[in-house]
Design a protein around this ligand. Structure first.
Ligand SMILES: Cc1cc2nc3c(=O)[nH]c(=O)nc-3n(C[C@H](O)[C@H](O)[C@H](O)COP(=O)(O)O)c2cc1C
Length: 278
């Protein structure tokens, strides 16, 4: 590795990070077999509901004013970190969930789900959790999306929802004003069963498809959001009741209502570029 004057522990972390870009299968014994190749039982395609009070979400989005011009959506997509106080409709939230993890069909009896996003080996190891702050018809609190049935289950209402959001985004307090924060977890074995030691880069690559769809879908209905990789996974795991070992939250995206009047406040996030002459 080139010498950048890093301390040994930094070198170690950097080396581990770079390892994700190499195909781990090329560095395994010849007789290495994944659990799928060993014909071990396949894990479930999605997590089962934790409660028995799931709410059906709409799948007919005709009430939404959806921009159908792909180029216009691409050109208008940007990260939004300033949100207005207006709530998001339940139909809009259902649309965002459908566009990011919706199950269009099942391949085979229950071999794989085919979703609105592509996924390595169609493993789709993600679960979507929500911190709902301002969505019409929904009690503020924590929710879990059930993609197999396009439903939402309520997991509870923390005492200080906004505080939890801010802390879970490692003090990026602007996220506290979002109407809803999407949190993505990875259920590792869902990908490891098929890809074994090579599962992890594939999963990280796949997560980008999900949030890109969220960016584009939000833009198409006039909402805005910002992908956030700086999350406090252990804190978010505790909030949503995840063990942090088999399943952990690693990515988030606050989404909310936006206004062109907030252009200056948005630009202020990058004032340092001008100030520092970058
Ligand atoms: C993987 C990923 C992680 C990101 N993490 C953060 C973050 O933690 N905080 C933040 O303010 N923006 C975050 N962003 C947003 C980027 O800063 C933003 O996409 C970039 O500045 C380009 O701006 P644009 O999205 O408006 O084109 C992230 C974006 C991606 C794709």
């Amino acid at each position: 590795m080139q010498d950048h004057g890093w301390e040994p522990w930094v070198m170690e972390k950097i080396a581990a990070g770079r390892q994700l870009f190499r195909n781990a299968v090329l560095e395994t014994p010849e007789d290495y077999r994944t659990d799928q190749e060993l014909r071990r039982p396949q894990p479930p395609l999605a997590k089962a509901p934790r409660t028995d009070s799931a709410l059906d979400l709409p799948k007919d989005f005709r009430d939404l004013d959806i921009d159908g011009d792909f180029l216009s959506i691409l050109n208008r997509r940007k990260s939004h970190r300033v949100y207005t106080d207006a709530p998001v409709s339940l139909s809009a939230l259902a649309y965002l969930l459908w566009c990011t993890q919706g199950v269009k069909s099942v391949r085979g009896k229950s071999y794989a789900t085919l979703r609105t996003v592509p996924g390595g080996g169609a493993r789709h190891p993600f679960e979507t959790y929500l911190a709902v702050r301002k969505v019409e018809g929904l009690q503020p609190g924590l929710y879990h999306y059930l993609p197999m049935t396009h439903q939402l289950e309520f997991l509870g209402a923390p005492e200080n929802l906004e505080g939890l959001i801010g802390a879970s985004l490692l003090d990026q307090r602007w996220g506290e004003k979002a109407s809803v924060v999407f949190y993505y977890s990875c259920v590792f074995y869902r990908a490891e069963w098929r890809y074994g030691v090579q599962a992890h880069p594939t999963v990280l690559i796949d997560s980008g498809h999900v949030t890109q769809n969220l960016y584009l879908a939000a833009t198409s209905i006039g909402l805005g959001g910002c992908a956030v990789a700086s999350v406090d996974g252990p804190l978010a795991d505790r909030a949503f009741g995840l063990d942090g070992e088999e399943e952990t939250i690693f990515y988030a995206m606050p989404v909310g209502t936006v206004s062109p009047d907030d252009r200056e406040a948005e630009d202020a996030f990058y004032a340092f570029v001008r100030q520092e002459g970058l």
